[in-house]
Design a protein around this ligand. Structure first.
Ligand code: KMH
Ligand code: ZN
Length: 272
């Protein structure tokens, strides 16, 4: 089995300091969290930017500062969000891709998001996919439901996406597909040949689905964006604590954890 790629989704757009006191918000805090996660076994960070008051932003300069602060501290695959926050315009959301990061997320369809709707109109997402191709940015396809994988297959045929795909199944979201082993197994069976995949289980789904992904040969995303708890009723002390647990489980199960450069090779990214 390939080595395990652990992605740390450090901040997200929705979680607040009131909910999770250790949430990294400023570029320096995000860089410190990234370094701690790398030391704990993460090979990739999924980034969201925040204003100083904690509100979400897709401001290019803020992303530039975050990436520079991370690069000063550690080697890690940098993946920016193009999901941003619910209600942002497509133009706003696409801004960090113009920094030519190694990777960026690409949501493959719309989904109810709690009491909101996370809108991803196909015409807008085509623009995102083309921009990523032009900038040499590898997309990670965010899959919230099975129909989004059929869109990915169609876009492969149209040349909007290139094989092999790397997809992330986001499961357990209120309004999305269930965070169950059955849902994950079903989705992995629909993948285009040669694809790599990870799973981001939301809330209580993070630990069981991450463990299942380790066993199935997939990869794992953990972090405060998706889950702020270590166990029921106990907040995690840091993003790194969640990464360290996944690394520990993987090693116990006999699967080694990839370094950032090993993960780049697995994902077909250029060495840094
Ligand atoms: N914050 C969510 C509405 C992504 O980063 O690509 C969207 C999101 C997905 O977080
Ligand atoms: Zn995100």
């Amino acid at each position: 089995m390939q080595k395990l790629i652990i992605t740390a989704a450090l901040t997200g757009a929705e979680v607040t300091r009131a909910q999770q006191p250790a949430l990294p918000i400023t570029p320096e805090e995000i860089a410190v969290a990234a370094e701690e996660c790398v030391k704990a076994g993460a090979a990739m960070v999924h980034l969201h930017a925040r204003h100083a008051d904690g509100s979400p932003t897709q401001d290019k300069e803020t992303y530039r500062q975050i990436i520079a602060a991370i690069r000063r501290r550690c080697d890690v695959i940098v993946q920016v969000s193009t999901g941003g926050a619910v209600g942002m315009t497509p133009q706003e959301r696409l801004a960090p891709v113009t920094l030519a990061p190694e990777m960026a997320t690409l949501s493959m369809g719309s989904v109810n998001f709690g009491d909101d709707v996370f809108m991803n109109h196909p015409a807008d997402m085509e623009v995102f996919a083309r921009a990523m191709q032009e900038m040499g940015v590898k997309p990670e396809l965010e899959i919230f439901d099975s129909g989004m994988l059929s869109t990915a297959s169609r876009w492969l045929k149209k040349g909007l996406l290139k094989s092999p795909l790397h997809v992330d199944f986001v499961l357990g979201l209120a309004g999305g597909m269930a965070g169950t082993p059955q849902a994950l197994l079903y989705l992995t069976q629909q993948l285009p040949a040669g694809s790599s995949w990870s799973v981001a289980g939301i809330g209580p789904a993070q630990l069981p689905l991450g463990t299942l992904a380790i066993l199935l040969g997939g990869h794992v995303r953990v972090g405060f964006e998706d889950n702020i708890y270590y166990r029921k009723g106990e907040l995690a002390s840091s993003n790194a604590q969640l990464v360290a647990r996944m690394a520990r489980i993987s090693q116990e199960l006999g699967r080694e954890v990839a370094t950032p450069s090993e993960a780049r090779a697995l994902l077909g990214l250029k060495p840094l």
